[in-house]
Design a protein. Structure first.
Length: 390
């Protein structure tokens, strides 16, 4: 079978995903690169031996020798580029979040259904070992029926990853309760088996709002993702616009009755996600979220806290970015482009995670006012539930 020929649009922080897709002779090859920054094009070209280099993504859509497109551009560009890919008949991998508003998400889904072009959304955490392990534990009934899910997200590098570029500008992201939390909200929905219907949230720009910023249209400092300052108050050279929250908490009611909560802080000393799922017969909690870490289950009691737990599961070893998730999600995308069929990721689930994050952001900017999640057109939902078959 010939390699799937892929064009990549956007050569920023997720270029590692493009490298996972470049497997000459093993199923897929990155044959074209696009970025509006000519320096980025030149810098990355040697990694792929791509014969097509362009600063205009529309050039890729005109080429019959490209089978699919991976889009990894800033969030506010997703809608336009994804729709153009779908209209051109190019199957598209769209990095999460699907878009930065509910309306934009729904427009993308509508075009995918109308054109019949395959749409895949890059929620790679569904392929992370710790998430799949927790999902398997729940499916086996080890903790009974899930009733509540709590997530704490500690982001030690937040001031570097999210406050020194476009992520800090709400016109580009809506907010980090959407951009950063979209992964975790999707995982909450996957583990709990339902979608959020009502949210409220609180948040604030507690620390990074007062730190020194760069002048508009000036480049990020050299070594900006290699050298990290501590404590967070020592960080400098933030984006010229900083108006997203660096602390946020949200509460969710899901359509199956599950109650969930999510908390995010961008100036903690450590960086990991901590999930707790409590069911009718026990609870699970992860200690670390990478290969070799542990998920503990307590399903006897009542008792005080027991560090030894009842069952300890080890997160399996894996190779590749994001705990082995990147090569796995690319493999699923390549298979989906070739064959169609069911996938672990879901455009509907991607929309619902954006919707939860978007409405929660409205809530926290309105003093915690509760908001209902706008429902998705049932016909759209049915189309994607059928595996994008009309």
């Amino acid at each position: 079978m010939e390699d799937l020929r892929i064009g990549v649009v956007g050569l920023g922080l997720r270029t590692s995903l493009a490298r996972a897709a470049h497997r000459p002779g093993k199923g897929s090859v990155v044959a074209a690169l696009c970025d509006t920054d000519p320096a980025a094009l030149k810098r990355q070209a040697g990694h792929f031996e791509a014969g097509i280099l362009t600063e205009d993504y529309r050039t890729l859509l005109e080429r019959p020798d490209l089978d699919a497109i991976i889009v990894m551009t800033p969030d506010d560009t997703h809608e336009r580029i994804a729709i153009d890919c779908l209209e051109a008949g190019k199957p598209v991998y769209l990095e999460k979040p699907l878009a930065i508003t509910v309306e934009s998400c729904d427009r993308i889904l509508e075009v995918a259904r109308r054109t019949g072009t395959r749409l895949y959304v890059g929620h790679n955490m569904r392929h992370m070992g710790v998430v799949r392990l927790m999902r398997d534990i729940i499916r086996k009934g080890v903790i009974g029926e899930p009733k509540t899910v709590w997530v704490r997200h500690f982001v030690s590098y937040g001031g570097d990853y999210y406050f020194k570029d476009w992520h800090a500008d709400r016109t580009r992201t809506t907010g980090l309760l959407l951009q950063k939390a979209a992964h975790d909200l999707d995982v909450v929905h996957w583990l709990a088996g339902g979608y959020t219907t009502r949210v409220n949230a609180f948040g604030d720009l507690m620390l990074y709002g007062d730190l020194p910023r760069r002048a508009p249209d000036t480049p990020r400092p050299e070594g900006w993702l290699k050298e990290f300052d501590w404590p967070p108050t020592q960080r400098r050279d933030l984006n010229s616009v900083v108006d997203v929250e660096d602390v946020s908490v949200m509460n969710m009611r899901l359509d199956n009755g599950v109650i969930a909560a999510y908390q995010q802080c961008h100036f903690s000393p450590d960086y990991f996600r901590n999930y707790t799922v409590i069911g009718t017969e026990g609870r699970l909690e992860n200690f670390g979220d990478g290969p070799g870490d542990t998920v503990k289950v307590w399903n006897t009691g009542p008792s005080d806290y027991r560090d030894d737990c009842d069952i300890a599961y080890r997160v399996p070893e894996a190779k590749g970015g994001h705990g082995g998730a990147d090569p796995q999600i690319i493999a699923e995308f390549v298979r989906f482009v070739r064959e169609g069929g069911a996938t672990d990721t879901s455009p509907v689930a991607a929309r619902m995670s954006v919707a939860a994050g978007y409405m929660a952001t409205l809530s926290l900017r309105e003093g915690g006012m509760p908001y209902d999640i706008p429902p998705l057109d049932p016909e759209l939902a049915a189309y994607f539930d059928r595996g994008q078959v009309r």
